[in-house]
Design a protein around this ligand. Sequence first.
Ligand code: F6P
Length: 343
Amino acid sequence: MLICTAILNMSTNNTDSSAIKRIGVLTSGGDAPGMNAAIRAVVRSCAYYKIQCFGIKRGYQGMIAGDISRLGPRSVNNIINKGGTILKSARSDEFRTKEGRKKAFEQLIEHEIQGLVVIGGDGSFTGGMIFQKEFGIPVMGIPGTIDNDIYGTSHTLGYDTALNTVVEAVDKIRDTAISHNRLFFVEVMGRDAGHIALNTGIGAGAEEILIPEEDMGLDRLLQSLKRSKKSGKLSSIVMVAEGDKIGKNVFQLAEYIEENLPDYEVRVSVLGHMQRGGAPSCFDRVLASRMGLKAVEALRDGISANMIGISDGKMIFTPLDKAIKGESTINRDLVRVSEIMRL
Ligand code: F6P
C-alpha cells in the first residue's frame, strides 16, 4: 500500500513547468562500461519529467552530421548490462573548429534541442564547454572513462568495472607465473594516471606497481626485485601503468630486468582494450543511473556547464572548466599499503 502511494506521488509530481523540453545525449571519447546505463538513465529521467530525449550518434561528429533521433523509454530496454555505447563514440577533429561547432549548433536548432548531456572525458568536456560559451546551449557532463583521471569525482563511469576486469585477468596470469617461476610485467591502461595500476596492483597482489605519478627509477626497481627473489619469492607480478615513465615501454623495461636478473624468466602481458569492454559492475550501473538522473534534473533546474561527480557517496557538481583543469591525484595511502604488502 505504501509503495502504491509512493508511485502515485511520483507520477503526479512530474507535471513540469521547466522551460527545457528537449535534451540531447551523446557519448564521446573512449568508451567505458556504464555508458549505456547512463544513456538509459538520461532517457528514462527525461521520460519521467516529460522531456523529449534525443540520442546523438558518434559524439560530436554525429551532431555535426545530424545523426540524431528520438529515444523513448522503451528504446533503452536491455542495455543496462551492456558494455560499449549504443550511441557509438568518436573523436571529432571537425568539432575543434568554429565552423564545425556552428554546423552542430544548426543541427540542434533544427531538432529544437535545448540542452545536452555529454558522457565522456576531459576532451569531451572541453568541447562541450566551448560549445556552450559560443552558442548558449546548456551542457552537463557525466564523467565516463576507465582511467578515473577526472577531477571532481572519486569515481568515473567504467573505472570500477575495469578494476575488476584487470584483477580477474591478473589472477589468471598468476597461475602461469607460479607454475613456471616467472616474473610477469603486466601493462594496464592509464595514459596519464596510475589509478588502475595502483588499485589493481594491490588487489592482485603485485610485487611492484609502476605509475606515472611516481618515478622509482630502473635501478631501484631492479634492487627491489633482487631483494624479493632473495627473500624466497619464486614468481612475481609487476603492474605497469601505460603512462609510466620509468622505461621507454614495458617490453624494454622487461628486457632490462631480464638481462640484470637472469634467475628470473620474464614475460610481458599487455591487457589493452579488453579493459574497456564487458558488462558494467553493479557499482558502475548504480553510479550511471544516479548521474544520468542528476544531469537531467540539473538541466531542468537551469544548472549547466557543470560535471556530475560522486564524493562520499553523494552527487556533486564541479564546473566544467575546473573538472578539465583540475588534477585527479592518486591516493598516497595506497602507495604505502602496496609497499608494505610486498614484504
Ligand atoms: O579511455 C582512456 C584510455 O583507456 C587510455 O588509458 C588509453 O591510452 C586510451 O584510452 C587508448 O585509446 P584508444 O582507444 O584511442 O587507443
